[in-house]
Write a protein that binds this ligand. Structure first.
Ligand SMILES: Cc1cc2nc3c(=O)[nH]c(=O)nc-3n(C[C@H](O)[C@H](O)[C@H](O)COP(=O)(O)OP(=O)(O)OC[C@H]3O[C@@H](n4cnc5c(N)ncnc54)[C@H](O)[C@@H]3O)c2cc1C
Length: 612
């Protein structure tokens, strides 16, 4: 074991550890990583770093895609200090009921995971009956930290609806901040803990609400709402052509379209495998009592099939990534696996029941896919199996929902809102949030879906299959500061949901979140992502008075063919220009970091202070 760097504060554990992000596209060996026990320890290591020429990277679970924490290609000997918040700074310190004008709130240390926070809120006295408190919507994975979530204006999917209109905002988690403690530099250039309050007179709190890792928060106080029960119904029987159909006349809401469901319940999500017909539609509805036919759940992660896919699929993944395979051996693994799986399903359900009918249909489709796969393995291996793969993944989801009895769930909100486990497929993702009017959501989805399929087709015609994982669609409210009920509060300045004069002037009341996932290393993916991004940025439904595209900071954006995400300077500048407070944000955060320690090479370029 290496000797700790000279003069490192005694009593704070430090060792060299590998940094690896979610999709393994950032892997840096042996970075000095310390584990503070207290917030004061965090300030101490920051002072040590500043004095010794190190930069400091706050670390949560490291389940991010973009290089906000550490940049790929960083040398292991780089003077970077990773500060692991997940071991000790994890306490949910207090949950307080609403008093006077103040909303109910939770004070939590930033290394706490969303899993643990939601559990603590649910078990807290006050709020709703025995289920305490919650947030209007939250990210789908629970194994991410509060610090990571707030750095990037995290979100789930929800807007107000006739079923519910919680007396709070439906924007990002960043807009729920009421107060926080951050490590900042003082007039002498020393780093110390400072507490900020939302809406404080100097406005400095706003700088830290979404900061991309350009600051260091040790605890936060967030506005919560009395918990509520949600029903989550999954449907995989509506063709994408219907779900994503364009309105035939302005203002029309096609039946069984995304907007139709959004109007009814305010909570929708679609996950759509490329080359498949039936997206996985989830519709959550506010349901104080258990609806007949639903299954009551008492914990999160209720889609086990999507947490771990069968082993026999692995050769297929390799195949579409262009890894050389043995057609006979690997083909047999896949086709035998699929055959056995289909055969095993017959006994899982009463075939005379209503469920049994869908069951039989899907099993029949499974046999067809099996036949096609057997043929495909005979005629050639490679990315051209992607369309079959998409259909197979659709089928696994359709059948998985039935096997897991997960089509109709009901429970405390977080138990249906959290569903992505670490064991799920480690895919890469691009991500955008487009501010718009709710009434235009269906039109925008339809334009995007058609662009997506046209591009898939264009590449397919060249025998290229750059995308092999789903498109995800969600909708949230914007970060309206008025909704938080704090005098003087401003909208998080660089949140993708930032609510500014342009949003108000155009009547934008929601954001459409679009993510296209992909296996890391898929050939031609950058070309596809460039094409898609350019199409998005030039389409009338996403520009001008209709909409404004902003990046989902944690994911991929600003693509070039040669270098991938985060490298197109023009697009980066365009995104920056969508935030009227960008320059103030950058110079403001810089003024709280005298020695420029909360940075890395990527952030130094993205958040370069303006020349004054
Ligand atoms: C499979 C998957 C699904 C996802 N789904 C969603 C979703 O539904 N909605 C959504 O909004 N996002 C989603 N995300 C993105 C996720 O919310 C972010 O990547 C989040 O930052 C991850 O938290 P983390 O603890 O892993 O952060 P890390 O990756 O450890 O850190 C991310 C950034 O936050 C900074 N940071 C961490 N802690 C602190 C702190 N205490 N103070 C200051 N900065 C800090 C880091 O320096 C880094 O810059 C998903 C990610 C994955 C991998």
């Amino acid at each position: 074991m290496s000797t700790p760097p000279s003069g490192f504060p005694t009593g704070i554990s430090i060792s060299q550890q590998d940094f690896v992000n979610w999709d393994w596209t950032i892997q840096v060996k042996s970075l000095w990583t310390c584990v503070p026990k207290t917030a004061e320890d965090v300030a101490a290591v920051c002072n040590w770093a500043a004095a010794n020429g190190y930069t400091v990277r706050p670390a949560g679970i490291k389940h991010n895609w973009s290089p906000l924490a550490v940049v790929e290609g960083t040398s292991p000997s780089a003077k970077i200090l990773i500060v692991d918040m997940t071991k000790n700074l994890t306490a949910v310190e207090s949950v307080t009921a609403a008093t006077g004008g103040a909303p109910a709130q939770v004070k939590v240390q930033t290394g706490c995971t969303m899993d643990n926070l939601m559990l603590a809120l649910q078990n807290a006295p006050g709020g709703t009956g025995t289920i305490g408190y919650s947030f209007p919507h939250i990210p789908a994975p629970g194994h991410i930290t509060v610090g990571g979530v707030l750095a990037i204006d995290a979100h789930g999917t929800a807007i107000p609806s006739p079923l519910e209109d919680l007396p709070t905002g439906y924007g990002s988690m960043s807009n729920r901040i009421l107060a926080f403690t951050a490590v900042v530099s003082n007039a002498q250039g020393q780093y110390e803990l400072q507490t900020f309050t939302r809406g404080q007179a100097d406005g400095n709190d706003t700088l830290f609400l979404t900061h991309l890792g350009r600051a260091f928060l040790t605890d936060v106080t967030l506005a919560v709402v009395p918990n509520f029960y949600l029903r989550c119904q999954s449907d995989m029987s509506i063709s994408w052509k219907k779900l994503f159909a364009a309105p035939s006349t302005p203002g029309e809401v096609p039946r069984h379209s995304m907007l139709d469901y959004l109007n009814q319940t305010g909570r929708v999500e679609a996950i759509w495998y490329p080359f498949s017909e039936y997206p996985w539609l989830k519709v959550w509805s506010y349901s104080p009592t258990q609806p007949q036919g639903s299954k009551a759940v008492t914990s999160a992660y209720n889609y086990p099939f999507s947490d771990s896919y069968p082993d026999w699929i692995t050769p297929l993944f390799k195949c579409i990534l262009g890894v050389p395979l043995d057609a006979a051996v690997d083909g047999a693994v896949v086709t035998d696996g699929l055959r056995k799986w289909l055969l095993s399903l017959g006994s899982s359900v009463d075939l005379r029941s209503e469920k049994g009918i869908s069951w039989l249909r899907w099993i029949a489709e499974g046999w067809q896919i099996l036949e096609d796969l057997i043929q495909a393995f005979k005629t050639g291996l490679g990315p051209q199996l992607t369309p079959l793969m998409g259909q197979l993944m659709q089928l696994i989801s359709q059948i998985g929902l039935l096997v897991d009895d997960a089509t109709d769930l009901w429970g405390p909100s977080a138990d249906t809102m959290i569903y992505i486990k670490d064991t799920t497929l480690r895919v890469t993702a691009n991500g955008y949030a487009i501010s718009m009017k709710k009434e235009n959501v269906q039109q925008a989805i339809s334009v995007f879906a058609n662009t997506f399929t046209s591009l898939l087709e264009k590449y397919q015609n060249q025998n290229q299959f750059p995308i092999n994982s789903p498109l995800e669609i969600r909708i949230t409210g914007l970060d309206d500061p008025a909704a938080i009920g704090v005098t003087g509060a401003k909208s998080p300045a660089i949140s993708a949901l930032n609510y500014d004069k342009e949003a108000i002037a155009n009547g934008w009341d929601c954001a459409l979140w679009l993510d296209v996932l992909d296996l890391p290393g898929t050939e031609h993916a950058n070309n596809f992502y460039v094409d898609l991004e350019q199409a998005l940025l030039s389409n009338q439904w996403f520009t001008g008075a209709n909409g404004r595209v902003r990046p989902e900071w944690s994911k991929g954006w600003a693509y070039t063919v040669a270098d991938g995400a985060w490298t197109d300077e023009q697009v980066i500048q365009r995104f920056q220009s969508t935030f009227s407070g960008w320059d103030d944000e950058v110079s403001g955060l810089s003024s709280f970091d005298a020695k420029n320690i909360f940075s890395n090479t990527f952030l130094a370029s993205l958040m370069k202070p303006p020349v004054s």
